[in-house]
Design a protein around this ligand. Sequence first.
Ligand code: HEC
Ligand code: HEC
Length: 364
Amino acid sequence: MIRKISLTAFILVLLIMKSCTKDPLVKIGSDSFAATPYTLVHQPWYPPFNLPIDNPLTEEGVMLGRMLFHDPIMSGDSTMSCATCHRQNKGFSDPRKVSQGITGELGNRNAMPLHNLMWNHLFFWDGRAKSIREQVLIPIQAHNEMNLNLFTLVKKLSRSPRYQTQFKKAFNTNEIDPQYIAKGLEQFLVTMISFNAPIDKLWNRTDTLNVIDVSALRGLNLFMRPTQDGGADCFHCHSNIPFFGITSVNGSMSNNGLDEVFTDKGFGSITGRFEDMGKFKIPSLRNVAVTAPYMHDSRFSTLEEVIDFYSDNIKFKSPNLDVNIASHNAQLNLNIQQKADLVEFLKTLTDTSYLNNPAFKSPF
Ligand code: HEC
Ligand code: HEC
């Protein structure tokens, strides 16, 4: 009898353990429910970041976000998804100069590449959103983008059995609401980490041979050196390795000397301060070889044109010109070889496994 009880107890414990490994409880506030924690992967030497504590990553939540990202149900006429403008093979950017919304109305800026967003603090070219969660609901409602009010979106999603099931699995809710839509998209965007470019392999090794070629190595050297040392001084702004962008809270907005007169005031149009006029988000240069055209207004079609600009065409009279460029006092005047080397270096930031990662493709 005793043996029998202990055997039953043993089996019970085993069952509980099994259900724990399969469906661990996820706790959000006072609510806990079964979902599978999602394990993020990137390089061990990447800087740490804090995940939003009220939105723990789960397989179910990430899948929900992935569905929402790729589903045209998210737009007014059900023809446009986030992926229409953020294309995976282009580093989740848009090869069109400016984006075009469902009504045919054009936007005024180039769609930004999406990757490693958790290391960012301000979003959009003008930094008008302070978190991913705040950001994601904006394009859905923008009249020149997906043009759908959240009330109607909730109604559309609530009518879909597929989404009723997925919201329940991800957030244990029968009521779809904009907060859950934002949290689902946030979870998916958080998982979009690019960490496998040739440059990552270079950083992972002690020897540099055969990882990137000599021209790219010379380009890296130019990129990382100040002008007084014969460098091209890119690192002051695109400095944070491994992102080659700015990840500090302050200083992610800068004027790199494109114009003397601003048609788009950038960060200044958000803060209203004169000293912010003409400043734009310093973009991460990861995958930059596939994210043409370049700059907030797509004025350059190739990396060669970008390098020509930094070498020969900085507008030193531009108001609020970043001190890291203003201090050069003169154009860099790079020679042909140096320009080519910089371009070769920028190509080593392309992460083809990210551009092809099946986990980010449409689940449909
Ligand atoms: C019509 C094209 C279009 C659609 C659809 C679209 N975006 Fe964008 N996205 C853009 C443009 C353009 C920008 C830059 C806008 C700006 O700076 O004013 C941008 C910027 C972003 C950024 C900021 C990235 C950064 O580094 O700061 C994120 C994140 C983003 N979009 C996510 C999404 C999500 C999620 C969806 C779907 C809900 C979506 N986008 C739908 C065009 C689009
Ligand atoms: C003073 C800060 C600063 C310096 C120095 C700087 N950049 Fe930039 N870079 C920016 C900003 C800001 C932008 C976005 C500007 C805009 O769109 O208005 C940018 C944009 C770019 C882009 C376009 C990316 C895209 O997605 O459109 C490339 C490529 C680039 N920089 C490469 C370089 C290289 C190479 C150097 C060195 C020769 C360099 N940058 C030096 C601030 C800087």
